[in-house]
Design a protein around this ligand. Structure first.
Ligand code: SF4
Length: 288
């Protein structure tokens, strides 16, 4: 039984019936509660998109950022105060278009926070335009004759950058998502979690049932080794017939960004404490 009450908000959800966002929210709450993390000890950073409209639906510190730009915000917050658990959320629209550079550099830097990609293969908030993960040829609101560009498989991109943590799950299985979120939160470094999300309103091609019939957890494979990058790249490719979920790749030896900072090696205080002791009033006065 989940002890998630502290995370419940009085705000009413506005998502469509059966939207995958409901399950993702429930799983995040369960993961945080199960790890005994209090709402005052977590920062939830939401990008723009349908998922972002849930920013005030969880009782915790939260921010609702600019389209595609939530990763640098979360990175700054995670660096400034390591005592706070930072989790960022973005959709396939913002993250894999104007925000794709931030994803690449977050993986390179290995900032210490969790990133949850809500991949429903369309821009749901703006009524079903094609995103980078929409299947080629599919007729969408912005492409009535069918999507012309190649379809991006985000996990292939992520694994090509040698991440420290890369996992995949799907919004039809709350227990699986909860387990993956907990492992992502525990990981020290950038935890990339790809959630294959249903969008029953604008994505009729891949509902929960479609995923449920195709997914398998890599931990059920005999001899699957999550430290084998080439193996992860191999199983990640198929997103049509047999779809690999679970922790596909894990490298515990890769140091996170803050640990690599030579200038912070002997300093025990958090950056946020040092800022508190610095009077920026004089600088601000110059611009008055
Ligand atoms: Fe969910 Fe899709 Fe509705 Fe957005 S449009 S709330 S993603 S079902």
């Amino acid at each position: 039984m989940c002890n998630c009450a502290a995370y419940n908000s009085d705000e009413l959800y506005t998502w469509c019936t059966n939207c995958g966002n409901y399950g993702i929210h429930a799983s995040i709450k369960r993961a945080l509660a199960d790890k005994n993390i209090k709402p005052s000890e977590v920062l939830l950073c939401f990008d723009i998109g349908c998922h972002g409209n849930g920013a005030d639906k969880i009782n915790a510190y939260s921010v609702h950022g600019l389209h595609g730009r939530i990763l640098p915000f979360a990175a700054g917050a995670a660096i400034a105060n390591k005592a706070v658990t930072t989790i960022a959320f973005g959709g396939d629209g913002g993250t894999l278009s104007e925000g794709i550079n931030h994803l690449i550099h977050s993986i390179r830097a290995n900032y210490n926070f969790t990133f949850v990609l809500h991949d429903n293969s369309n821009y749901g908030l703006t009524t079903g335009q094609a995103s980078a993960t929409t299947k080629q040829g599919l007729e969408m609101n912005s492409s009535p004759s069918g999507v012309t560009s190649d379809t991006l498989i985000p996990m292939e991109l992520v694994l090509s950058l040698k991440p420290s943590f890369a996992a995949r799950t799907f919004s039809g299985n709350i227990k699986h998502m909860e387990s993956i979120f907990k492992q992502a939160i525990e990981h020290e470094g950038f935890s990339y979690v790809e959630v294959l999300q249903s969008c029953p309103t604008y994505n009729k091609v891949t509902p929960h049932e479609w995923y449920a019939q195709r997914v398998y957890d890599v931990s059920t494979l005999e001899d699957y080794d999550s430290s084998d990058l080439e193996l992860a790249r191999k199983v990640a490719q198929d997103v049509q017939d047999k779809i690999a979920i679970g922790v596909l790749y894990l490298n515990k030896d890769k140091k996170d960004y803050y640990s690599r900072l030579a200038s912070r090696k002997s300093i025990k205080t958090e950056l946020v404490e040092e800022v508190k002791g610095y009077n920026v009033g004089n600088i601000i006065d110059k611009f008055r």
